[in-house]
Design a protein around this ligand. Sequence first.
Ligand SMILES: [Cu+2]
Length: 145
Amino acid sequence: MENIPHGPVHVWIGDHTQPNLEHMGSLYFAASDPIFYSHHANVDKMWTIWKTVGGKRSDITNPDWFESGFILYDENKNLICVKVKDYLNTTKLGYVYQDIDVPWLGAKPIPRLQRAVCEHHGEETKEELEGEGKGKGGGASDRRD
Ligand SMILES: [Cu+2]
């Protein structure tokens, strides 16, 4: 999640022609771009969904990450230290994401060569058929209500 899609979106949106690196791709200036908040809200949501998919998916519990602290200003302009572990449970933070259908949840990437051959012959790939509700994760029957 950190490397893909989080990081590339910063770099992709950032304007590298800015003379003092004042853009989304720079750690020190990224939050000055309004899209920063939408991007990070989306990352937060994807992380939350990812944890519900099943298997061994869960938050990382390595103490080096779990106990990492960040010095920030609170709403009263006081410096505070917050730890990663304090931000992993959205319910404790006072919000939960609406439980809606996620059509891409069961999608699998289609190899470029297979896609090109199918498009050349005017055929639908197996994955495209599945993505139209005929496979896992594509239909209303897969809702997580
Ligand atoms: Cu970021």
